[in-house]
Structures are given as C-alpha cells and as structure tokens.
Ligand binder design. Structure first.
Ligand code: SF4
Ligand code: SF4
Length: 190
C-alpha cells in the first residue's frame, strides 16, 4: 500500500499528521541522496511534521509543506519523491482542518499526538492514597490523605509516572475532550 492509500479513509483513532510523519520517517528518499529535491524535501517535511505533532507548528507550515511538495513532485529524479509529495498534498486537501487544529494548538482530536494530551485524576475513583504524588518528580500533584488528588496542568511534564503508580485506575489521559475534575483537592467519597 502506498503512502497516499494509507492516509485516505483514516479511522477516528488515527491522526493524519502522525500517519504522514511515520511514512516520511521511513521513506526511501531519506537514504538515497541522488537528487537534492528528494533528499532535502523529505528532510524538511520530517522536521515540519514532527513540529506539528509536538505542538510546535507555525502558522505558515501548511504553505511551506505545499511548496515543498510542489518542488518534490516536479524536480525529484524518481517516482519515490513524487509519491510522497502526492500523499502529503492529498492529506492537506482531505484533512486540512486537522492540520489547522494542531497548528493553532487546539489539539489532536484522535488523541494520538502525546504533546496534546493531558493527565487528569477522576474524583469518582481516587481514594486519596497519595501514591501518585510520591511518583511525581515534578511536584505537579496536589493532595493529602483521603482527599481527591489534583494534577496541576501547568507543572505536569506528561511523564506518565503517576498513571503507573495508581492502582485504582483513577488517572486518565485526555485529548480534546477533558473530564470534569475538581480544581483543588476535595474529600474522597470512596
Ligand atoms: S489518583 Fe490514584 S494514586 Fe493518586 S491519590 Fe488517587 S487513588 Fe491514590
Ligand atoms: S504525568 Fe508525570 S509530571 Fe504529570 S502529574 Fe503525572 S507524574 Fe507528575
């Protein structure tokens, strides 16, 4: 299956930018170097797509990608460069709004790009044991015994250690849709 086929009809839990980045990362142009537009094009594409998945996208990125793809399509020496350029162009045409969401930092609706995710503690499940707080090296968790603990999203570095430490499955990751959680520790109901 070629790259264009892989980015058509994506499922809800697939992110087009992530799928595309993976295609670019393993693309033959990266190891070839026989033509400047193929090699430089794929290198730049990888950098830009990576930034977009890591919440570092910039407003001109879509235009930059379009220009790069045009050069790759018209100047590459073989069909490999043309093929990936076609895939990226199709992705922009079919899923341009998803690129926009990433770039404007609104999120990754598929919940795939980890930098857009946040950790939350569910009040309905937390027993206030404090294991998560002990595991958090960034002091991003507020709480005390028998109180529902709360993650300070400004301090959280998304390491995931609290999730591993919680035996109650009270800690969840969320993408665009965040669960309702108390703003500060409150007494546990459990
Ligand atoms: S989130 Fe889990 S580990 Fe943290 S206090 Fe609540 S139950 Fe304990
Ligand atoms: S994900 Fe890491 S930094 Fe964030 S609250 Fe959990 S342990 Fe702390």
């Amino acid at each position: 299956m070629n790259s264009t086929a892989k980015i058509t009809d994506l499922k809800e839990d697939q992110c087009v930018v992530d799928v595309l980045l993976k295609e670019v990362e393993k693309h033959p142009c990266k190891d070839c170097g026989k033509c400047v537009f193929g090699y430089e094009g794929i290198t730049q594409l990888e950098l830009i797509l990576k930034d977009i998945t890591e919440k570092k996208g910039r407003s001109g990125d879509k235009d930059l990608i379009k220009d790069l793809c045009y050069m790759m399509k018209t100047q590459s020496l073989c069909e490999d460069g043309e093929e990936i350029a076609d895939a990226v162009k199709t992705a922009l045409e079919n899923y341009g709004d998803i690129f926009d969401e990433h770039i404007s930092k609104k999120g990754c609706r598929a919940g795939v790009c980890k930098k857009f995710m946040t950790y939350h503690i569910l009040a309905s499940k937390c027993i206030g044991c404090g294991e998560c707080m002990d595991a958090c090296e960034d002091e991003a968790i507020l709480g005390k015994k028998k109180f529902v603990h709360v993650i300070d999203l400004n301090e959280c570095t998304l390491c995931g250690k609290c999730m591993d430490a919680c035996d109650e499955d009270a800690i969840v990751m969320a993408g665009a849709k965040k669960p309702k959680c108390p703003a500060k520790p409150i007494p546990c109901k459990r």
